[in-house]
Design a protein around this ligand. Structure first.
Ligand SMILES: [Fe+2]
Length: 161
C-alpha cells in the first residue's frame, strides 16, 4: 500500500480538480439569466482552472502514459477530447451570454467533460497505478504543480490582485 502513496496523492489531486470544474459548470447553469457579472467571473475562473489542469495533463501525464503500450490509446483519446473541449471554450468565448446558444454550448461542454473525466478516472487512473512508478509520479506531480503556479500567476495579473 505504502508504495502506491505517490500515485494516490497525484490521482487525488486530479480528482479534486475534476470536481471543481464540474461544480463551476453547474454553478453557471444554475445562475439566473440576469446575473451576467457573476457568471462572467465564474466563467473566467473556470477557464483558468480547466486550462491549468488540461495543460498539466497534456504536458506531463499523458506523454508518460503514451509511452506505455497498454495505455497509449487511452492517453491519445484523452488528448483528442481535450482538443474538442478547447474548441468549445473558443465558441463560448465568441458567444454573447444573452444568446441562448451560450447555454447550449455550455451543456455540450458539460457532456464532453463528464464523459472525458469518467474515462480518465476509470481507465487512466488504474493505468497510472499499474504503469507509472513512484519516482516518475513524483516528477509528474512536481511539474504539474509548477504549471499550476505559472497559471495562477497569469490569473492574478488578469484579475489585478
Ligand atoms: Fe483530467
Amino acid at each position: 500500500m505504502m508504495q502506491q502513496q505517490r500515485q494516490e496523492d497525484f490521482l487525488a489531486m486530479l480528482h479534486e480538480q475534476h470536481m471543481k470544474v464540474q461544480q463551476e459548470i453547474m454553478q453557471m447553469q444554475n445562475m439566473p439569466m440576469n446575473e451576467h457579472d457573476r457568471k462572467k467571473d465564474v466563467w473566467r475562473q473556470f477557464k483558468h482552472d480547466i486550462t491549468a489542469h488540461m495543460d498539466g495533463e497534456e504536458k506531463y501525464w499523458y506523454p508518460v502514459l503514451e509511452r506505455n503500450q497498454n495505455s497509449r490509446m487511452d492517453a491519445q483519446m484523452a488528448m483528442e477530447e481535450h482538443k474538442a473541449a478547447r474548441e468549445v471554450f473558443k465558441d463560448l468565448d465568441d458567444t454573447d451570454m444573452d444568446d441562448s446558444r451560450w447555454m447550449a454550448r455550455l451543456m455540450v461542454l458539460q457532456e464532453l467533460l463528464t464523459s472525458h473525466i469518467k474515462e480518465e478516472e476509470e481507465k487512466l487512473f488504474p493505468e497510472t497505478r499499474q504503469g507509472i512508478g513512484d519516482r516518475q509520479t513524483m516528477e509528474i506531480m512536481n511539474d504539474f504543480k509548477k504549471e499550476q503556479e505559472h497559471h495562477r500567476g497569469i490569473l492574478d495579473r488578469i484579475m489585478g490582485s
